[in-house]
Design a binder for this molecule. Structure first.
Ligand code: NAI
Length: 440
């Protein structure tokens, strides 16, 4: 099938690459000429495991193309995916300017039937706005052309995006037009293998499903983070509590880890947007408002522990930081807890030596100008001359370090662990002063 993907970020590029892998002829459009240049030269502008190989293979096979040419891209696909960003507006609602610009570009240049599929995470009702924007452009051209609107929210996880897209838990399609439903079923058939995992619903329910999913996951995290703070006060171990409750199939083990807060490009903005949508609809989501404020507080929890240990003034202290990306296996720094941790520690005068396996380049961009912050080439090098270690992201390579070497490298033999990677009892035996989350 002929497919166009508008926006070649984390979602658009993965979508385009994985669809081309199944034999579709995909054209990826972006307004950012630098991204398209990198892609045309055989590279990828983001870090995502397994993505480069798929992009290169299908580009070489002529099934995956990249362009900044709107007219050519719109002319290509019967199915047009919109996968552009939907960042938060000042009031927290999702800013639809990129989505509606993409919709208008389609309306302005299309010459035949299109299925216009919204893959970006968008508030309920956006399907109608996309429909109106396309129709308005067609009216301006005095053209009567047929098109259908669909919603196809994306549930992939950064860091495992290719695997998630290739083997999705479910594919949600919101569409009322029969042709759109048939085309989407055909497009996704190789990924769902049977149609049980493809759910067709109305557009509004599909749009809402994405927000409901992210809100539920964020709620689990904030709930555990709040319980962790109580566990510390009561002398209980949140890790044991997690195992004790996760084994109940009604609860399950996923997303029950206490830590230093959730971040990334989705949870913070989607929680904000849903809070705003619900308030605007006259049905405020009190629980979700608390999820957000608990998370804001949780991003400070490592800083609080450092301050409790060393006092407010951190000048003269050197801290190693392990992990900058908002989670492992990505270079994404959007709303990463490390940004709060680093800003707060730097503000108090600490010298910071940070290491991340892949996000250093992105960190240098977003943390530019942070006083006292330098970057190390390895986890080990970050420890040199440091008083203590602060762990912010749970990269695998941090899980079982040379503990003796770690202890001996740190002047104060102290670890602040925002991801509960180590056993407090083992740390004690090794002579390491250990501060986890919700563990005593
Ligand atoms: P991103 O910021 O990585 O990529 C968006 C791309 O769209 C950029 O390359 C930008 O230059 C391009 N763009 C903007 N306006 C355009 C236009 N008019 N025409 C062509 N290209 C345009 O964003 P990301 O992370 O891929 O997210 C996209 C959407 O998917 C958002 O709504 C997000 O909430 C949602 N989403 C993101 C997930 C993630 O893990 N990143 C997971 C599931 C959904």
């Amino acid at each position: 099938m002929k497919v166009t993907v508008i926006g070649t970020g984390y979602v658009g590029l993965v979508t385009g690459a994985c669809l081309s892998e199944m034999g579709n002829h995909v054209v990826c459009l972006d307004v950012d000429p630098e991204k398209i240049r990198v892609l045309k030269e055989g590279g990828i502008p983001i870090y995502e495991p397994g993505l480069l190989e798929i992009v290169q293979r299908n580009a070489a096979g002529g099934r995956l193309e990249f362009t900044t040419d709107i007219e050519a891209a719109v002319a290509h696909g019967t199915i047009q995916f919109i996968a552009v960003g939907t960042p938060p507006d000042e009031d927290g609602s999702a800013d639809l300017k990129y989505v509606l610009a993409a919709a208008r570009n389609i309306g302005r240049t299309m010459t035949d039937f299109k299925v216009i599929v919204d893959k970006s995470t968008v508030p309920v009702g956006t399907g109608d706005k996309v429909q109106a924007a396309v129709q308005d452009e067609l009216n301006k051209r005095g053209l009567k052309l047929d098109f259908a609107i669909a919603s196809n929210p994306e549930f992939l996880k950064e860091g495992a995006a290719v695997a998630d897209f290739m083997r999705p838990d479910r594919v949600v399609v919101g569409a009322e037009d029969e042709r759109a439903i048939l085309l989407m079923k055909a497009l996704y058939a190789p990924f769902v293998r049977n149609h049980d995992r493809m759910m067709v619903m109305d557009v509004r329910s599909a749009e809402f499903t994405k927000y409901a999913a992210n809100a539920m996951l964020a709620t689990r995290i904030s709930f555990m983070n709040e319980l962790a703070l109580v566990a510390e006060k009561l002398g209980a171990d949140i890790e044991l509590v997690r195992q004790g409750i996760g084994s109940d199939p009604r609860i399950g083990f996923h997303f029950l880890y206490a830590g230093c807060g959730y971040g990334g490009s989705c949870f913070p903005k989607d929680v904000k947007a849903l809070v705003k949508t619900a308030a605007d609809a006259g049905q405020p989501l009190e629980l979700l408002q608390a999820v957000e404020s608990v998370n804001d507080r949780q991003k400070q929890v490592l800083v609080d522990k450092v301050v409790a240990r060393y006092g407010e003034n951190l000048s003269g202290r050197t801290l190693a930081i392990w992990g900058l990306a908002f989670k492992p296996n990505t270079d994404d720094m959007r709303d990463a807890p490390s940004r709060v941790v680093i800003a707060e520690l730097a503000r108090r005068g600490a010298k910071l030596q940070a290491y991340d396996p892949v996000a250093t380049h992105e960190a240098k961009r977003v943390l530019e100008g942070t006083p006292g912050l330098s970057y190390a080439d390895s986890a080990r090098a970050a420890l040199e001359g440091a008083d203590a270690l602060v762990i912010v992201t749970e990269w695998k390579e941090f899980r079982t370090p040379d503990f003796d070497g770690l202890r001996d490298a740190l002047a104060d033999k102290t670890v602040f662990d925002g991801r509960n990677l180590y056993e407090p009892k083992l740390m004690k035996t090794l002579g390491i002063e250990y501060h986890g989350i919700g563990r005593t």
